[in-house]
Design a protein around this ligand. Structure first.
Ligand SMILES: [Fe+2]
Length: 241
């Protein structure tokens, strides 16, 4: 499956531009500066003026760090997903929401997959974390309990992770970064922010259909990468239990 760039409509271009510009204006002071730096670095191949072209994006990413984007037809089996991550391939859909759905999505579209997920792969600690996470999925994910635990870890880091910065909490999770509503929600009073602890996250179930109330905050992307070791020990224990 590939991206047929000629299929995008004027409405798609408008959706892409509207979402991109809205979050570009919304994120400074809310997203971690590293995300914004990475987005900036990618601006030749990722910008509001043209819908992302996977050939151009991949050419750039491959030259920088060996990652690439692969097209998937919506949700894929979780073991395929782990395997792709372990090979430094990130899955993306190729469709965009409609203008009347800017704030509501039942499943992730290309704006979420690309704008939310791809920029931070330019950060080596973050990218190595995602790759190692994929490798652990390949090695241990056949165990159903472990599969669930890995999904939780992914949810509370890659999708909804927060990161401490000297000026306060900042966001890095793609589910927040790609959504204006989720972004602003982080800076309201009714959320619980806990320090990132692998064992706590592995036990924490989540609901995908509601706005989040509990988040885990890392100290740095290096901490995230370093947590892979502890993650592997916990998974090994679970598998051999
Ligand atoms: Fe996502």
């Amino acid at each position: 499956m590939t991206q047929d760039y000629s299929k995008y409509t004027d409405e798609d271009r408008k959706v892409w531009k509207t979402l991109f510009e809205r979050q570009q204006a919304n994120l400074p002071g809310k997203a971690h500066p590293e995300y914004l730096n990475c987005l900036d670095q990618l601006s030749d191949v990722l910008n509001p003026d043209e819908i992302v072209n996977f050939d151009k994006l991949n050419e750039y990413l491959m030259a920088q760090n060996g990652w690439s984007v692969v097209v998937v037809p919506g949700l894929i089996p979780v073991d395929d997903f782990f395997k792709l991550l372990s090979e430094k391939k990130f899955c993306s859909s190729i469709w965009l929401r409609k203008m009347d759905q800017l704030d509501y999505l039942e499943e992730p579209d290309m704006f979420h997959d690309i704008f939310g997920h791809i920029p931070l792969l330019m950060n080596s600690d973050y990218a190595r974390f995602v790759e190692e996470f994929g490798k652990l999925g390949v090695e241990y994910g056949h165990n159903k309990i472990v599969e669930k635990q890995l999904q939780r870890l992914y949810w509370f880091t890659v999708e909804f992770g927060l990161i401490k910065q000297n000026k306060g909490t900042r966001i890095y999770g793609a589910g927040i970064i790609s959504s204006a509503g989720e972004t602003d929600h982080i800076f309201e009073d009714d959320i619980e922010v806990l320090p990132y602890k692998v064992n706590k996250v592995l036990e924490n179930d989540f609901i995908t259909s509601e706005i989040q109330t509990r988040y885990y905050e890392i100290e740095s992307f290096e901490e995230l990468f370093n947590s892979v070791k502890e993650l592997e020990e916990s998974l090994q224990e679970e598998v051999s239990a």
